[in-house]
Design a protein around this ligand. Structure first.
Ligand code: G6P
Length: 613
């Protein structure tokens, strides 16, 4: 995960930035860099690889100054090398930028800038930001104005930190959307900027969290916050608890809420290093596959438990649809005793957040003992499921603390999509045009998720209305059927409300008997190929007096006429819709449990990692 640290004050900035970056190391990165203002000009050191390499570089060529910014990067646009590492500097050498997020329209911006004579030094989307700032500074003569104008040009969701030798007394930081959190640490005669609290906690416990569409001008003695139109904001200064666990929770009431909100960033990081948007290609070197090996695969069995198994169900549809390989989904506790039909041409693919779930590990062993190719998708680095697999896709979402899994559910959805495209490409079942379009759609996902998070208040209203229900039925079809299962699981795990999920077409074979006013129906009706079928199922439920809460796409008049209870989502390519439809359901479950005053992060009877059978 990308990390940002900035410092302005009376001390030497370089060690403070390096230490701050080290505190963010656990999030993962593949290159790092820093820029310090030394005697009025910007000096940059950056390199591929670990922070120790950057430290060695700084030891060889020291830089001293009292204001600076640094960054750890997970590559999305361009490979991890020194040239693509942040900070990025403009053509005049007067402006420098670090950035978290994806500039979705960077190709257009880049072409426009090149047509105006700008020379690019990297393949990154971030470099467009620094050139835009430089361009706007030439006409406005103000760093704040140029950052504002630049933000207005960028599509997507961003955290940006800027420094300039033209205005050497300040750092400007901005946040748009949820990809890049920005926290300002306040201290005596010095201030800090970071993407995450751990980077600054050794220096201060007083912090301001920028909200979306806010920017901060940070000087040595003062911090001013504005909205991105320039209106003054009086931000709340938070006093961060000394308890390191509570501190990590930052501005949120519960870890689950924090982790739900982290998804713009965790999904950006999921793509990091794995997609090349310029080439329209997917890179999953960690699977050690080539075209011959990929063509020998006759069947994939996805095995997992709980939330991870729901991700696997979406994966089945993605891999079968895109790569045309037969896929089965097997609950690990069943698979391990099922004497399954597995051979050397079968892939057993385990999905696990913890990588330590006993049933999942046993299912992997079962696969291995029968000669299967063993892969895994795992979050916890170094866990067993990661170690025993021949190939492992690491989730790259950072630690998940809330027992009810959220960000470790949406990440494997994207990992499985990447896997499907990768396999399809290696097996020659899609052409480069199809591949390009499938990869291109991925770029939109983080900001689509961000849009859903921005609508949290509407979901909270629905949670208030339905929090006293004792039962709910979740319905979905096709690629969103597993999201109905996952939505129901989230609700029951943390609110203790009985929630059942069904493939909507099965309603008439039993569950419809349950429908009345006290059994609301949550219906997933995004714009996917099963939409018409879902509409008729909603009509059937309503005809029996059921109240319907729909997850529907902006502008859907049909749904609006059918029900008043709608969680709106933005228009999304249907193969990626499960990532987006998950978000309001996570928020719905979270707010119901939180309104009921329950222990959201540690629900009764549940464990985060189930290491016994
Ligand atoms: C437990 C957790 C669930 C999780 C499941 C699988 O039951 O409470 O949230 O989905 O285990 O865990 P894993 O770590 O293998 O994904």
């Amino acid at each position: 995960m990308c990390g940002i640290v900035g410092y302005i004050g009376g001390r030497d900035a370089t060690p403070i930035i390096l230490n701050g970056l080290k505190r963010l190391e656990y999030r993962g990165y593949d290159s790092a860099g820093l820029a310090v203002l030394e005697n009025g000009h910007i000096e940059i050191r950056r390199d591929a690889g670990k922070l120790s390499q950057l430290e060695a570089l700084v030891n060889d060529m020291p830089i001293k100054g009292k204001i600076g910014i640094g960054h750890t990067r997970w590559a999305t646009h361009g490979e991890p090398n020194a040239r693509n590492a942040h900070p990025h500097i403009g053509s005049t050498g007067d402006f420098v930028v670090v950035h978290n997020g994806i500039v979705e329209n960077y190709l257009t911006l880049r072409e426009e800038l090149i047509a105006e004579g700008t020379k690019f030094n990297s393949e990154t989307d971030t470099e467009t930001i620094v050139h835009l700032i430089e361009k706007y500074y030439a006409s406005s003569g103000s760093l704040v104005e140029s950052v504002k104008k630049t933000l207005a040009q960028l599509k997507g969701s961003h955290g940006i930190v800027v420094m300039s030798s033209k205005e050497p007394d300040k750092i400007v930081a901005a946040r748009v959307g949820n990809a890049g959190g920005v926290v300002i640490g306040l201290s005596e005669d010095e201030n800090f900027v970071a993407s995450d609290l751990p980077a600054i906690l050794e220096h201060t416990r007083r912090a301001i969290f920028l909200e979306s569409r806010q920017m901060a001008v940070v000087t040595r003695g003062e911090v001013a916050v504005y909205d991105i139109n320039g209106k003054d904001i009086h931000p709340q200064v938070q006093n961060i608890a000394w308890d390191p666990v509570a501190a990590e929770k930052g501005e949120y009431r519960h870890f689950m809420q924090k982790e739900i909100h982290e998804q713009v960033r965790s999904l950006t990081d999921t793509l990091a290093g794995r997609v090349d948007f310029d080439e329209g290609s997917v890179l999953l070197h960690e699977l050690n596959l080539d075209s011959d090996k990929a063509k020998r695969i006759q069947k994939i069995i996805i095995t997992a438990c709980g939330t991870a198994a729901h991700a696997g169900m979406v994966g089945k549809l993605l891999i079968e649809h895109i790569a045309r390989i037969p896929v089965e989904v097997a609950i690990a506790s069943e698979f391990r005793y099922a004497d399954p039909l597995v051979d050397k041409n079968t892939v057993v693919l385990a999905i696990s957040q913890s990588g330590e779930t006993a049933d999942t590990l046993a299912a992997m062993e079962e696969g291995r003992s029968k000669g299967a190719i063993l892969w895994s998708i795992v979050n916890a680095i170094g866990s067993q499921a990661m170690r025993i697999a021949e190939g492992c896709i690491a989730m790259q979402v950072g630690p998940e603390i809330g027992v009810a899994s959220t960000k470790a559910f949406t990440a494997p959805l994207l990992d499985l999509y990447l896997l499907a495209v990768y396999l399809a490409d290696l097996r020659g079942v899609i052409d480069s045009k199809q591949r390009y379009s499938l990869v291109n759609d991925l770029m939109l996902v983080p900001s689509l998720v961000g849009e859903c998070l921005d609508r949290e208040a509407a979901v909270l209203d629905l949670a208030k209305k339905f929090r006293h229900m004792r039962h709910m039925l979740y319905l979905g079809r096709g690629i969103n059927m597993p999201i109905a299962y996952e939505g129901a699981l989230k609700l029951k795990e943390i609110s203790y409300i009985h929630a059942e999920a069904y493939p909507a077409g099965e309603m008439k074979h039993g569950p419809i008997a349950l429908i009345d006013k006290s059994m609301p129906v949550v219906a997933l009706t995004p714009n996917d190929p099963w939409y018409d079928k879902m509409i008729s199922q909603i009509e059937q439920a309503m005809a029996r007096g059921g109240e319907v809460i729909a997850v529907a796409t902006d502008g859907d008049k049909l749904i609006r006429d059918l029900t008043d209870h709608i969680m709106w989502i933005p228009k999304t390519p249907w193969l990626l819709s499960p990532v987006v439809t998950s978000i309001p359901l996570q928020l719905f479950a979270y707010h119901i449990a939180s309104l009921l005053g329950l222990d959201v992060d540690q629900p009764r009877n549940l464990a985060k990692s189930v290491t016994v059978e």
